[in-house]
Design a binder for this molecule. Sequence first.
Ligand SMILES: Cc1cc2nc3c(=O)[nH]c(=O)nc-3n(C[C@H](O)[C@H](O)[C@H](O)COP(=O)(O)OP(=O)(O)OC[C@H]3O[C@@H](n4cnc5c(N)ncnc54)[C@H](O)[C@@H]3O)c2cc1C
Length: 237
Amino acid sequence: MALKDVMHDIEGYDAVLTEIEVARRYGTDYTAQQGKLKRIIDSLHPKALSLKVSEISEATPSAKVFRLVAAGGYLPPFQAGQYINLCVELGGVRTSRPYSIASPPSQSAYYEIAVRAVPDGFVSDYLLKNVAVGDEFVSSGPAGNFYYNPLFHGDDLVFLAGGSGITPFMSMIRETTDRGLPVASTSSTAAARRMTSSTTPSWPSAPHGTRISPIPWSYPSPGRAARGRPVSSMRGS
Ligand SMILES: Cc1cc2nc3c(=O)[nH]c(=O)nc-3n(C[C@H](O)[C@H](O)[C@H](O)COP(=O)(O)OP(=O)(O)OC[C@H]3O[C@@H](n4cnc5c(N)ncnc54)[C@H](O)[C@@H]3O)c2cc1C
């Protein structure tokens, strides 16, 4: 049987052909649809967010967790591991700093960021010492390609982080446990050890199935340059 005949046997094929023929002859007017897709995409991925601090808790002696809710509208979805760029205006200087979202994507009512003190840090110092519940910020929408994807990254995860580098992993670990995915291990420095002993509710305790293995760090100090995102460590072990 020729291919042409087989196609005609498919239900709806002739109707589609007729529609194509009509569209070819008379053209199609998409004016009413113009901008519709862009509006949907913009609502899912807004360029700027208005955020309000709803809770502040001390995570460690040098870090605080800020819970941020939408000051208007809603918080767009994100992937565990993504960050927001928090904008501040300090002494007439407008600037911004990226902070990873530490809360899991399954929690759509708020984002939590954990800010660690940086010696002489311009923004971190302000956030830790001056910001109070009720303060408002503008931030970017969630961004970044360093995120956990269960399809690509599998079940056995090894996280390597130092200092505040733990924050994207907090979101990933919370997501894997929220979704009941099996997680093999978490390896990190002091921050991870605190996860096992923390009394702060917003700082997650090590979930069942997660092993915290502090690694003896051979660098003198992780510091700013060594703080990078260990993307290559996010592989199945
Ligand atoms: C993707 C991403 C996610 C991040 N997530 C987090 C997070 O979850 N939590 C977190 O705490 N941090 C996070 N950070 C780091 C954060 O964005 C800031 O870099 C951090 O808070 C320090 O900002 P700051 O304004 O306090 O410090 P800055 O003022 O930018 O200073 C940083 C350091 O540089 C030194 N310095 C500044 N200016 C000079 C100069 N002119 N000469 C010499 N030295 C100078 C300062 O003394 C300080 O030690 C993240 C960064 C990235 C890129």
